[in-house]
Design a protein around this ligand. Structure first.
Ligand SMILES: Cc1cc2nc3c(=O)[nH]c(=O)nc-3n(C[C@H](O)[C@H](O)[C@H](O)COP(=O)(O)OP(=O)(O)OC[C@H]3O[C@@H](n4cnc5c(N)ncnc54)[C@H](O)[C@@H]3O)c2cc1C
Length: 323
């Protein structure tokens, strides 16, 4: 499968990258390219120009800023996975990075690219030939949804691994664009729409992920954080469902990926856990609440009932490992 034609730019600084993204018509940032280039080969994304972020030094490195851990958007998943400080303090994130795709995806793929990957659907992530026998779906520019008959709504699902881990770690993201720098909670990066899943300007670059010190695993208190996922092929696949749990004493946070148009915190489950110590009995009691409030549609070959059961089972496994 060949790539379509596109212009290619390689800026050497963040300012230069933002200028190119604002001035070159149809330009998109590219980092490792492991999501975007595959989508371009499938002709489901066709930017006229790519602005490579690989030489932008402002996106590199892991550092401390006023006690918070700041991870550059261009840091690779391999780096995240092997950083001793991140492993000790934020195991959910390093575990999530270590199960993304294959070794090659982790070596090329970046943290920002992982968070900003496109949503997926079994009717959308296919070659042109495969898709040409059906009506074009909303996400591909048509006016039809092959999954649900709800007019105008695209149910493409978010399947990134690290987002769920970063949601339970209460992470924020920093973006820089033509109008300056903004920093906001990670959850606000996602629009909740399958067709346009991100709330990021076309010339904005995600420069860093910021994790507060309060989310670090604390040796004195029971808990920590973890991420578990179920995929069809363990060595390479996107999560069918991924679950992250963070716990500090009686406080518990839970997040899922692979189940809706955005990665999300399991609010109903968290409410049921509020102020309660996590015990095997409590986990068993609340686990059935995991899928509550989530719109699960059949964007993968697995039925919704299977995903609902997986959510409960993965929550129980993740929470159980933190006892
Ligand atoms: C076979 C296969 C298996 C995979 N399995 C998994 C999996 O198990 N789990 C998983 O989470 N992902 C998986 N992926 C998807 C992908 O490999 C990862 O998400 C990877 O982390 C993407 O990072 P990247 O740097 O390559 O992103 P790119 O492809 O370079 O970019 C992805 C998107 O982010 C944008 N972007 C990138 N960096 C920035 C930035 N700094 N600022 C603004 N926009 C930016 C791009 O414009 C693009 O829209 C898989 C992909 C394939 C092909």
């Amino acid at each position: 499968m060949r790539l379509p034609r596109f212009e290619y730019y390689q800026p050497g600084s963040l300012a230069e990258a933002v200028t190119m993204l604002s001035q070159v018509p149809g330009a998109r940032p590219v980092a490792g390219g492991t999501d975007l280039l595959v989508n371009m080969k499938h002709r489901v994304e066709q930017p006229a120009a790519l602005v490579s972020l690989t030489r932008v030094s402002e996106l590199a490195g892991v550092r401390l800023e006023d006690g918070a851990t700041v991870i550059g958007g261009g840091v690779t998943l391999k780096h995240v996975q092997h950083d001793e400080g991140l492993k000790a303090r934020f195991p959910a994130l390093t575990q999530a990075a270590s199960v993304v795709g294959s070794y090659r995806h982790q070596t090329m793929g970046t943290l920002a690219g992982n968070l900003l990957q496109n949503t997926r659907c079994r009717f959308f992530n296919q070659s042109v030939e495969w898709r040409s026998v059906r009506a074009l779906c909303y996400k591909a520019g048509g006016d039809y949804c092959h999954v649900m008959k709800k007019e105008g709504v695209c149910f493409c699902t978010y399947h990134g691994d690290t987002a769920a881990a970063l949601l339970v770690l209460d992470a924020e993201v920093r973006v820089e664009g033509p109008d300056g720098v903004r920093q906001f909670p990670l959850a606000q990066l996602y629009s909740g729409e399958g067709k346009a899943p991100l709330s990021l300007g076309s010339a904005e670059v995600l420069t860093a992920v910021i994790i507060p010190d309060s989310s670090a695993t604390d040796g004195d208190t029971a808990g920590g954080s973890t991420y578990v996922k179920h995929a069809l092929r363990g060595a390479i696949d996107f999560p069918i469902v991924g679950a992250a749990v963070w716990r500090n004493g009686d406080a518990t946070r839970v997040a899922f990926t692979g189940v809706d148009r955005s990665p999300l915190r399991a609010t109903v489950l968290e409410e049921a856990l509020a102020g309660r110590a996590l015990t095997p009995a409590v986990i068993e009691e609340v686990a059935p609440l995991a899928p509550k409030g989530v719109t699960i549609t059949r964007t993968t070959v697995q039925p919704g009932s299977f995903k609902r059961e997986l959510m409960s089972a993965l929550f129980a496994r993740a929470a159980g490992s933190l006892l």
